[in-house]
Design a protein around this ligand. Structure first.
Ligand SMILES: [Mg+2]
Length: 272
């Protein structure tokens, strides 16, 4: 059972929690307002490294969700943060990815883009992937560059169905090099740890709200955080019977989570 009274921070997954495709899911403005009233810190964390926080802010605004880009943490930003903690300025990187990744890596000038003999190969999803990019990445890794992947998601949900994600490109490079990448995004704890560092909050009082068992819920558990599964995305109730990744609570969606929280509050007030 989830003890709502101890929750001071929420980390939202986005797709399947706040929206699905281009459609906002129920309860989003209400839970954000609730957070503001209660001084509960919140941020969005997404494995998707293709878009910048500003692009996400616009996408959310079009759906009527007011979420500043500063509260949106992509696996590209977390990758940059991790790499800065690990490598000195001037470290060279060959990046395979889209604007969400290249902007996060190179905009502040700390890292230097370089295709030949770079120190690192950093790879995310790339909708303009070419054989040349795979070849350069492969050669760099074979020459000793450290191989880093933003996230392990094998597919990407679209209106047409599932298409290859960052994990599929990662698998191609892995096959071509026999080198295993360091993976940054969920379910790795790095993503959650850095989100909490940025919010200046502690794991003990944090709830992760997500729709995927193998990333959101598994990652939350590994990072020592509580988790609530939303059935508004890719996971159904039947999946819970077969998974080792058990959440602390399960809700149909955000309205049901908010209602449970509010009734727990009333109960606490009545019993003071
Ligand atoms: Mg999701």
């Amino acid at each position: 059972m989830l003890n709502f009274a101890s929750i001071r921070t929420l980390l939202f997954d986005m797709d399947g929690v706040l929206y699905r495709g281009q459609t906002r899911l129920p309860g989003v403005p209400e839970i954000l307002e609730f957070c503001q009233q209660r001084d509960i810190a919140y941020a969005c964390i997404t494995n998707n490294a293709t878009m910048t926080p500003q692009q996400y802010e616009q996408k959310l605004a079009q759906m009527g969700i007011a979420m500043p880009g500063t509260r949106i943490l992509t696996s590209a930003l977390v990758t940059n943060r991790y790499l800065r903690d690990t490598y000195p300025p001037g470290t060279t990187i060959y990046a395979i990815g889209m604007r969400g990744l290249t902007e996060a890596l190179f905009d502040d000038g700390y890292f230097v883009p370089q295709a030949e003999r770079p120190h690192l190969v950093v790879q995310g999803a790339d909708f303009e992937l070419t054989y040349t990019k795979l070849k350069l990445g492969c050669l760099a890794i074979r020459h000793g560059a450290r191989f880093i992947a933003t996230n392990p998601d094998r597919t990407f949900p679209t209106e047409q169905g599932l298409i290859p994600g960052a994990g599929a490109i990662m698998a191609a490079l892995q096959t071509a090099t026999d080198v295993e990448p360091l993976v940054i995004g969920k379910p790795q704890p790095t993503m959650f740890r850095i989100a909490l560092e940025l919010l200046e909050r502690v794991p003990e009082h944090t709830l992760v709200i997500g729709d995927r068992l193998d990333t959101d819920i598994a990652g939350a558990r590994q990072a020592g955080l509580r988790s609530a599964l939303m059935l508004s995305g890719v996971t159904g109730r039947a999946d819970l019977e077969t998974t080792p990744h058990q959440p602390d609570a399960v809700f149909e969606g955000l309205p049901q989570l908010l209602a449970a929280w509010q009734s727990a509050d009333e109960y606490a007030d009545d019993n003071q």
